[in-house]
Design a protein around this ligand. Structure first.
Ligand SMILES: [Zn+2]
Length: 289
């Protein structure tokens, strides 16, 4: 089984996580730029962070056989801090780099006028740099936040087929499907979305334009939940080709629109990973009994 996690914050994770991910078949990832918890007070903090996302982190991932890509943006939370506004001027430099496959995470946190401005400006950057956009939806007031998100996306003129709207649930899935955007779901250990709920959504809405991620970061999260969801799909009667479509071919198709996805040599590697993944899957089952 080959798995592409299209949204995971490896900066916050350990080398043990990389090892466990590779053993479970998770061999390609996208790491979106996000809020680090501690507010940043100057432009230099962002420069160093973005450099790490396109330099150090891909190198660290490669040591464990994981192919790393990034998305770059000013995140919705820090869009509200006037000290961070200059980041918008820094972005064009990073949006031209190899390994940067989208503008993101952009979108809403608290739905303030400042967030409106920064969101629209970054969708314009995506159009200008011919990149897809990864859009975060707010955790509070999700339905209203998602409606407003889709209105801003429509106004921006970006092709909805180049936009993924993330952190969806049963309440917001229908709205986004009708918009033509891609749909992403973050699977968490105990909040928001679980593997069984994800399987039910796939049964009801189908596999087209569907992405599943772990969104693992510095909070309570689990970088193996993409694999757990793949196993739950198989257990519910989906075939291996269905799993491959949702957990590999869909993210490859979406981020491939950047023209910068580098998965060379991955086909040769996936045979080996498939054997390791089976072994790891067996160990996981034994460990869980
Ligand atoms: Zn995130």
């Amino acid at each position: 089984m080959r798995i592409f996690d299209p949204h995971i914050h490896m900066t916050s994770r350990t080398t043990d996580d990389y090892e466990r991910m590779a053993a479970a078949g998770i061999t390609a990832i996208v790491e979106p730029a996000f809020w680090l918890g501690q507010p940043r007070t100057s432009l230099g903090s962002f420069t160093d962070y973005f450099d790490s996302l396109v330099g150090w982190e891909p190198f660290r991932a490669s040591q464990f056989g994981v192919r790393h890509h990034a998305t770059i943006a000013l995140n919705p939370k820090e869009a509200n801090d006037p000290r961070c506004r200059e980041v918008l001027d820094l972005l064009p430099r990073y949006l031209e780099k190899d390994g940067v496959v989208a503008v993101g995470e952009v979108g809403y946190d608290s739905m303030t006028p400042e967030e409106d401005e920064v969101f629209a400006a970054q969708l314009a950057l995506a159009v200008e740099h011919e990149l897809p956009a990864l859009v975060h939806t707010p955790h509070r007031d999700k339905a209203r936040g998602t409606e407003r998100t889709l209105a801003v996306v429509a106004e921006s003129g970006i092709d909805p087929g180049r936009v993924v709207v993330d952190h969806l649930n049963e309440v917001t899935v229908g709205l986004v499907r009708d918009s033509g955007c891609w749909l992403a779901f973050s699977i968490y250990p105990d909040t928001k979305m679980s593997p069984p709920r994800m399987v039910r959504i796939l049964q009801e809405y189908g596999l087209e334009r569907m992405l599943v991620n772990s969104a693992a970061d510095w909070g309570r999260s689990d970088p193996l939940l993409t694999r757990t969801t793949a196993d739950a799909m198989l257990a519910a009667g989906f075939g291996e080709d269905d799993v491959d479509r949702v957990l590999w071919r869909n993210p490859v198709e979406f981020y491939g629109q950047s023209g910068r996805l580098d998965l060379s040599d991955m086909e040769a590697a996936s045979g080996q990973n498939r054997r390791e993944a089976t072994f790891a899957g067996n160990s996981i089952l034994r460990g869980g009994s």
